[in-house]
Design a protein around this ligand. Structure first.
Ligand SMILES: Nc1ncnc2c1ncn2[C@@H]1O[C@H](COP(=O)(O)OP(=O)(O)OP(=O)(O)O)[C@@H](O)[C@H]1O
Ligand SMILES: [Mg+2]
Length: 324
């Protein structure tokens, strides 16, 4: 279980102060697979680095399985595995095997068990032939795999994974999803996971928190998030003609909350443009759009489910409104 209470953190660089986290409260239940979602600079990495002790907090409290991270960092280290997208935590001048040996002894794993786990993890990640290669000579994806292996080496109770599949190829990523799901379901490992691949979050996470400008704005399962923003629906339209002209006509309509042009390669005709509209009520928006555009222009219109990307966009819009 991860308990985060009123955590704030700012960075001072010269005369500039960045408030990276402002009073973050987050409760992650034991055995939960929890996604942390937010745009660049939202505060995800700062929060994860605080939880794993790589950064100090300005105020607030973090407890992992009941242990306060500032009072007993050693005890926390043994039950926590983490991987960050920068290479913090990997020794570039050691080879892969030496890195894993070093971390297994740091985490108190016996040499016999460590030997077995190192072989299993290097095998799983397809790194057995590179076990003697210096990490500085690894490719981006190989380093990402080794960071994950390092995070898993001591079978931690809690895993903090910050963009773990960044740089990892599609096929290996699929294997990693299966591995992480298995670890979560069978061993009951608590996982906090960040990613910019929303499909990955949808596929893996039971709960999601949305962080924006250092504050948690919304939290819940994906269906709960959808319900919380249920006043918004999605309508897709296809029109024949010039996209700039259509955007100018659609944007000011009173029932349109947002309009996004979609890039599709399924239309043979060059002058067909597709838009996704966020609206308060799909059926009334559809009838009003049908009234506005004639048959010559309107090629298709249909309602769609709100996806996680819509939830993220709408929530960030609320956050900006509240802050202004
Ligand atoms: N060491 C630092 N010094 C100064 N500012 C920092 C430092 N680390 C982070 N920040 C700032 O804190 C804010 C949050 O950054 P953070 O890295 O936590 O974002 P993030 O959500 O992980 O973004 P991304 O999706 O790009 O990884 C940003 O404004 C960033 O510039
Ligand atoms: Mg980050």
């Amino acid at each position: 279980m991860i308990e985060i209470r009123a955590v704030s953190k700012s960075f001072e660089t010269g005369k500039n102060v960045t408030q990276a986290l402002s009073g973050v409260d987050l409760m992650i239940e034991k055995g939960s697979f929890h996604g942390l979602l937010g745009v660049n600079g939202a505060g995800k990495t700062t929060l994860i680095k605080i939880i794993c002790g790589l950064l100090s907090l300005d105020s607030g409290q973090v407890r992992i399985n009941g242990i306060d991270i500032t009072k007993n960092p050693k005890a926390v280290r043994r039950i926590l595995g983490f991987c960050n997208p920068d290479n913090m935590g990997l020794y570039l001048r050691l080879n892969a095997e030496e890195n894993l040996k070093f971390f297994s002894s740091l985490y108190g794993v016996s040499p016999r068990v460590a030997y077995r786990r190192i072989n299993a993890l290097l095998g799983f990640f397809g790194l057995e032939k590179s076990r003697k290669k210096l990490v500085k000579d690894f490719s981006t994806g190989m380093k990402a795999k080794l960071r994950l292996a390092k995070a898993l080496i001591h079978n931690p109770d809690v895993l903090l994974l910050d963009e773990p599949t960044s740089g990892i190829d599609y096929f290996s990523a699929q294997d990693i999803y299966i591995l992480l799901k298995g670890i979560n379901e069978e061993l009951g490992t608590t996982i906090l996971y960040t990613s910019h691949h929303l499909k990955e979050i949808e596929e893996l996470c039971q709960k999601v928190s949305i962080i924006h400008k250092g504050k948690i704005l919304l939290e819940g399962s994906i269906s709960e998030l959808n319900r919380q923003i249920r006043k918004t629906e999605v309508v897709k339209i296809k029109l024949k003609g010039d996209s700039v002209h259509f955007k100018k006509q659609i944007r000011p309509l009173p029932y349109i909350l947002d309009i996004q042009e979609e890039i599709t390669n399924s239309d043979n005709s060059d002058d067909i443009v597709s838009f996704k509209l966020l609206v308060p009520d799909a059926s009334s928006a559809i009838s009003q759009i049908i009234e506005k555009f004639g048959k010559e222009e309107l090629v298709g219109i249909w309602p769609e489910e709100c996806g996680l990307e819509d939830v993220l966009k709408i929530t960030m819009g609320w956050g900006d409104l509240c802050a202004s």
